[in-house]
Design a protein around this ligand. Structure first.
Ligand SMILES: Nc1nc2c(ncn2[C@@H]2O[C@H](COP(=O)(O)OP(=O)(O)OP(=O)(O)O)[C@@H](O)[C@H]2O)c(=O)[nH]1
Ligand SMILES: [Mg+2]
Length: 611
């Protein structure tokens, strides 16, 4: 039973190829039967991950290389899911830092490397996608050295091994162009450079829960790193709870990882990563330890959330028609359940019993939660995302991000203007000679809300935008809000092509014909800065002759169907997004026109008119 073990996390910026690399590693280690059809990016197993092509949750797998078991944690690269990376790093003894050989290090590369260096985890550096025609591995390697130095890496840490890969084809090279045909150089680099786990199999039992998973057959699974001692099936052990209590539990089911499977185990020993089923109420960060001689481990410390959104019960006139879970109790229970597995989210009570303030790392993270909930049958409304501010030594602070934008040179002017209006400050401009430039900014997180869609419009979809939380700075005062008003339905009814046709010159419509609307529902974006009340239910006056043929002749400009994220980015302070399993609607917070407070734009417009 004296198996050799290596525990690694694969970390990188989004889309640099982590999950693809895990695929080919699993294939080549003989995890899959010959000819077994395996989907691409097999670790991206949940629906939203597959649909979006991104990893959202960190996941464990394991494979054997000769006699060595390699436990691998595949982590998400998108910055909003940084909490997943932070806890993955607790499980491992080293990291594979993957960098796209063409894109080079990007903000999330910096973030994950910083975390890995702080945890003193030795890296194996992998330059991936060397098959890309625009790959520039030598330059990128220099950028990686610069990044290490910038992050105050020690001499030791700078002495990292380098492997060049084409993850898709499953080939790794020690030197570019050598005749390797498989991932052997990568496996060897991992085994040679990542230290085996420390920990004493004869010591006091210490397992820490670093993740929770769910299986239809087994129920809740706690994923744990065994730091010390050995644990046997059937054993009675203590759980040191986060609040300091020690409660006893019996271990009925114990598993180790192998590929996509879990193998039942009789005994697990220090160094391994394991799953435990059947322990009620166990939470992330808790320690399983000896009952007689408890030795709890430090809880996980995760970066604080930077963005908040109010989630509330759907109070629209159309509420309850499409969802099964619509009450504040449903909402409260669901959010409480989310807290158990989602370490980087917090939930606070908001100012009414019908609403909750949900705090997270970014718009995408919260949008994924909302999307998951609507698929489960929830209806809810959410308000405009706001930045979390904090006060330190009497000073109001707000989060700042590092923003990297990659664009064709011709767009530099417009980008500088947009970012400037959001208080961004340029740190660096680099030109790779390919006609594209990379601009590095520091920008208050507030300035990022809604930025992505604007930049994509500004640059006709060509901008690559990456951002990452960097720290806190003194609060900079108000920032310009959405410059346009909304087209707001002035009465309930069903939209008609005739009415929409008359309105489409006023701005951009969000709905098409034959859509049920209510008073206060937003049906489009006004091209002016005020809100405008509109009647979208107007029917064409019928003459004696049937005029349906005339109606058919109406040609509507296709309306803009907002996705959940676009809707969240669009709304202003006095608006909500209403979400049901079937619909995404936008509305004013106050539905009735005569009760609705005026928006700042209208106030300003009327002041200007008076002068
Ligand atoms: N040309 C080329 N494409 C690759 C290579 N490795 C991965 N890709 C492609 O890059 C894209 C992203 O790959 P993923 O494996 O999902 O990237 P990831 O790092 O797991 O992404 P996140 O988990 O969302 O951060 C996919 O379309 C892959 O097919 C490679 O070596 N060469
Ligand atoms: Mg992935």
């Amino acid at each position: 039973m004296n198996k050799q073990i290596r525990n690694i996390a694969i970390i990188a910026h989004v889309d640099h190829g982590k999950t693809t690399l895990v695929d080919t590693m699993l294939r080549q280690s003989g995890i899959f039967r010959a000819n077994e059809a395996v989907v691409e990016r097999v670790m991206d197993s949940n629906d939203l991950e597959r649909e979006r092509g991104i990893t959202i949750l960190a996941k464990n797998t394991a494979l054997f290389f000769h006699d060595t078991k390699i436990n691998i944690v595949d982590t998400p690269g998108h910055s909003d899911f940084g909490g997943e990376v932070e806890r993955a790093l607790r499980m491992v003894d080293g990291v594979v830092l993957l960098v796209d050989a063409s894109e080079g290090p990007l903000p999330q590369t910096r973030y994950v490397l910083q975390k890995a260096l702080a945890a003193k985890l030795p890296p194996v550096v992998v330059l991936n996608k060397i098959d890309r025609p625009d790959a520039r591995p030598e330059e990128v390697l220099n950028e990686i050295y610069d990044l290490f130095i910038d992050l105050d890496a020690t001499e030791d840490q700078l002495d990292f091994p380098i492997v060049y890969t084409n993850a898709r084809a499953g080939v790794a090279h020690r030197k570019i162009g050598d005749d390797s045909r498989d991932l052997l150089p990568l496996f060897e680099a991992i085994v040679a450079n990542i230290p085996p786990p420390t920990g004493d199999p004869a010591g006091v039992l210490q397992l820490q829960v670093t993740n929770l998973d769910y299986s239809d057959f087994l129920g809740r699974l706690a994923i744990c790193r065994v730091f010390n001692g050995r644990l046997n099936r059937g054993e009675e052990v203590g759980i040191s709870k986060l609040d300091g209590r020690l409660i006893s539990t019996k271990i009925t089911k114990l598993f180790t990882f192998r590929g996509l499977e879990r193998d039942e185990a009789e005994t697990v020993v220090a160094g391994d990563i394991v799953a435990i089923a059947g322990v009620e109420g166990i939470q992330i960060g808790e320690t399983l330890t000896s009952l007689e001689d408890p030795a709890p481990l430090e809880p996980l410390i995760i970066d604080e959330p930077t963005l908040a959104m109010v989630f509330s019960v759907n109070s629209s006139p159309l509420s309850g028609r499409e969802g099964n879970y619509v009450t504040s109790r449903d909402l409260r229970d669901r959010l409480a359940k989310e807290l158990l597995t989602n370490v980087s989210i917090r939930v606070e009570d908001a100012d009414t019993p019908e609403s909750f303030r949900v705090l997270g790392r970014g718009e995408l993270q919260l949008a994924i939660l909302i999307e998951t909930m609507r698929r489960e049958g929830f209806e809810l409304m959410v308000g405009k995302p706001e930045i979390v501010v904090r006060t330190e030594n009497g000073k109001k602070l707000e989060p700042v991000e590092r923003l990297v934008i990659d664009i064709p040179e011709s767009f530099i002017g417009i980008i500088m203007e947009t970012i400037g209006s959001r208080r961004g400050e340029m740190l660096k401009m680099s030109n790779h000679g390919s006609g594209r430039v990379r601009l590095d900014f520091k920008i208050p997180s507030r300035g990022l809300i809604g930025l992505r869609s604007q930049l994509l419009t500004d640059t006709r979809g060509t901008a690559l935008i990456h951002s990452i939380f960097e720290g806190w700075m003194e609060y900079g005062g108000d920032m310009a809000l959405r410059p346009t008003g909304a087209l707001v339905a002035d009465r309930p009814g069903v939209s008609t092509a005739y009415a929409l046709w008359g309105l489409q010159e006023r701005g951009e419509l969000f709905i098409g014909p034959v859509i049920e609307v209510y008073e206060g529902m937003i049906v489009g974006e006004n091209s002016r800065e005020q809100d405008m009340e509109v009647n979208v239910t107007k029917e064409k006056k019928l003459t004696n002759m049937r005029s349906s043929s005339a109606d058919e002749a109406i040609r509507l400009i296709p309306h803009r169907q907002l996705s959940l994220e676009q809707a969240i980015e669009f709304i202003a302070d006095d608006e909500f997004v209403e979400i049901t399993p079937k619909s995404i609607r936008l509305r004013k917070k106050v539905l009735q026109y005569n009760k609705r407070p005026r928006r700042w734009q209208e106030i300003r417009a009327s002041q200007e008119a008076a002068n």
